[in-house]
Design a protein around this ligand. Sequence first.
Ligand SMILES: Nc1ncnc2c1ncn2[C@@H]1O[C@H](COP(=O)(O)OP(=O)(O)OP(=O)(O)O)[C@@H](O)[C@H]1O
Ligand SMILES: [Mg+2]
Length: 343
Amino acid sequence: MNGEELRAIRERRGEDQLSFATWLNGALNRRYDRSRISRWESGAERIPQQVAGFLAGQGGMAAVPQTAGGLAAGPKLRRAVVAVANQKGGVGKTTTAVNLSYALSTLGLKVMLLDSDPQGNATVHMGLDPGEIETHRKGLYNVVRGGASFDSILQPVCGGMVMLAPSSIGLAAAETELVAEPDNSLVLKEKLAEVRNRYDVIVIDCPPNLGLLTINALAASDLVLIPVQTEVFAGLGVPLLLETIAKIRRRSNPSLNIFGILPTMFSSRLTQDQASLREIQEHYEGRTRVLPAVPRATLFAQASGAGRPAIEADPNSNSVQAYGELARELAAHLQTAETAHVS
Ligand SMILES: Nc1ncnc2c1ncn2[C@@H]1O[C@H](COP(=O)(O)OP(=O)(O)OP(=O)(O)O)[C@@H](O)[C@H]1O
Ligand SMILES: [Mg+2]
């Protein structure tokens, strides 16, 4: 990697040299300063292997990519809010939201993860304590109901790579309290406007129901990602979600699109899983993108217990590659969308 390529990455992140250094330091546990970035960019000093490797290698796409389907440094990215939703419980929404957020950040994108589930699973998965969030009133509830700003609740996680808007059980009250609010599906969208332009991607982890929190997330989003557990097809419950998405598109958010269906917890050794995956692919062929399946692996639960994304804890494991691929596909989609928009 040369200085020009490094500068292109920094500029695409919309950062000055100081904040770029802060980002790198958070990710690599170093203490680079602004002048060091400047010397790298001018070619006065060689870019350390670790930095070049991090930018070009880990997820790769932060650098100028050589591979097909990669994220070129040139065209700008369209910013997007992505809801990870499925009213069915335990299908891998939180695991997907957390790993996708981190994987996107390794591509050089500025990412915010919004925990919109009162269970606070994404908050725990990122190493924070929902009890503390509740006590200090620093959760999403305080934004949607308490008049707090997003800035007052956002916390850096994964060594500063991702900003998290955490949640706690108190958010459950919002479901009923929002009922009395005018235009109660648009509260989150209004609040997100404060920070939307500061992030390339905002990922929302939705709760396992189609209540007002999910409706608010969908109304605020550009894309929906639907994780489905690779299991007997009849049990997926996706049609109801698709109906809800269609209603939201008609009534309040015509630009809402489905990014794809993400089969999760796929065991390639099981004939049943293979049959279900085929069924999902055949059913949605030509209508909705079916993304590469995420394998079943204990690594995901272990990493979540340790309060970090599996793809951060063990980036070289085969099990996490589907999330790296998902992030690259999403980033490439946003780049294409921007190019299409411009032309
Ligand atoms: N690919 C995977 N392989 C094995 N276990 C997984 C995988 N993905 C998720 N899990 C585990 O499955 C459980 C449910 O996952 P997760 O919490 O992400 O689902 P969810 O849809 O967010 O659940 P909820 O509906 O309760 O919010 C967790 O224990 C998680 O660690
Ligand atoms: Mg969840």
